[in-house]
Design a protein around this ligand. Structure first.
Ligand code: E4P
Length: 221
């Protein structure tokens, strides 16, 4: 499973990119709204930061033709390459848009997925990635991980090329379990990524190593 950062915050991204093996960035309108700036001020800097890693940007349009126009505009205006993925919510119009975008040579991430069938339909429509929302399912007493597992199993069973980009995480345990069911990728907030990386026993062990080794490493380097 690869890790993506589910944030458009430049401080968080700069920090993450300095040490975490991040494979890309995902955004949605809520994530953009959290930055208190319009997309025109966020996207160029985001593109710079992300470099040739994946960049998944959600479309705001609701009609298929507008989604296509929106994705085409971002792609040409910002000279985006194959690392750009237009996030398309799986409404009826979204399903209609997926083959249109693929036809136009634009990569697609089908988003706002809550069931295995929504994912399978998106895969059949040609989506490169499908993004099931784990925590939002768990929040309504459903089972996010189970849904992801069924999607992964389906993809393997039917030998589809679509990959799973699990989304919406609030706990370390959700991320752990989603990796155990074989999700190809997970997009995760800065806070949860930091909690995945750190452990108090690691910090304590480092303190002990530092204390025990003090003055003993006398070979110059
Ligand atoms: C990413 O693609 C999703 O939009 C995002 O992970 C949703 O996360 P949330 O449920 O924490 O808002």
């Amino acid at each position: 499973m690869i890790y993506l950062a589910d944030t458009a915050n430049f401080d968080e991204l700069n920090e993450l990119f300095s040490y975490f093996p991040i494979a890309g960035v995902t955004t949605n309108p809520t994530i953009i709204a959290a930055e208190n700036k319009p997309l025109s001020q966020i996207l160029p800097k985001l593109i710079d930061l992300v470099g040739n890693k994946m960049l998944h940007v959600q479309m705001i349009s609701t009609k298929a033709e507008d989604m296509l126009r929106e994705a085409k505009t971002y792609k040409s205006k910002f000279n985006l390459g194959d690392n750009f993925f237009a996030k398309i919510p799986v409404s009826r119009e979204g399903y209609r848009a997926i083959p249109m975008l693929k036809e136009a040579g634009i990569n697609v991430t089908a988003t706002a997925i809550f069931t295995q069938q929504q994912a399978l339909i998106a895969a059949r429509a040609g989506a490169d990635w499908v993004a099931p929302y784990v925590n939002r399912l768990d929040n309504i007493s459903s089972h996010g991980i189970e849904v992801v597992k069924h999607i992964v199993d389906n993809i393997e069973h039917f030998k589809l090329e679509t990959k799973v980009l699990a989304a919406s995480f609030k706990t370390v345990d959700q991320v752990h379990r989603v990796s155990m069911v074989g999700s190809h990728a997970a997009t995760i907030s800065f806070d949860v990524l930091e909690r995945l990386r750190s452990h108090p026993m690691t910090d304590m062990s480092l303190e002990w190593f530092e204390r025990d080794g003090a003055g003993l490493y006398d070979i110059e380097f």
